[in-house]
Design a protein around this ligand. Sequence first.
Ligand SMILES: [Zn+2]
Length: 201
Amino acid sequence: MSRAARWLAPPPIDHATGLIVDARQVLSPHFDERPAGSLPELLVIHGISLPPGEFGGPWIDRLFTGTLPADTHPFFAGIAAHRVSAHVLIRRDGELVQYVPFSQRAWHAGPSSYQGRSACNDFSIGVELEGTDDAPYTDAQYGALAALSAALLTAYESLSAQAIVGHSDVAPGRKTDPGPAFDWARFRALLDGVRRGAARS
Ligand SMILES: [Zn+2]
């Protein structure tokens, strides 16, 4: 079996709390309730790095928890006051960091539209990949994203493998992430592999 064909197991998700059991949790104050009757129906993939193009620092955690120091980097001054979050970040080494329970509404998509429905945060789960539009995402990130996506598809029947999009798809002209560097065909093949593997076990 090739290395690429060794699928990661989907990480367990506690449906009662909306949390990945084994993820590092950095819970954000930037969330609220989904509108009554709204379920997660869409998975939105993002890319982020802070400062842009630099990986590994604490700044994404700080942004999503509202504690980004505006004076630490020129780029931060413009975004430090933004009240934003994602449900999960996948770091370059594949580590999962969860900021908002999946049952709650994270503030990741902004003004957005999917198949004629606006306000995608209401009915989506937002997953950030630490990266940029143009630098290849890592093998560990593809593996972790496929495994997480499979786990979410199992945990939330309202999701579907067809309803997985990039931020740029729901906010065209305004957002470009996860960018041309994100290999959708590779991700989808990995996701199919994880789901087939999970179904057999
Ligand atoms: Zn985004």
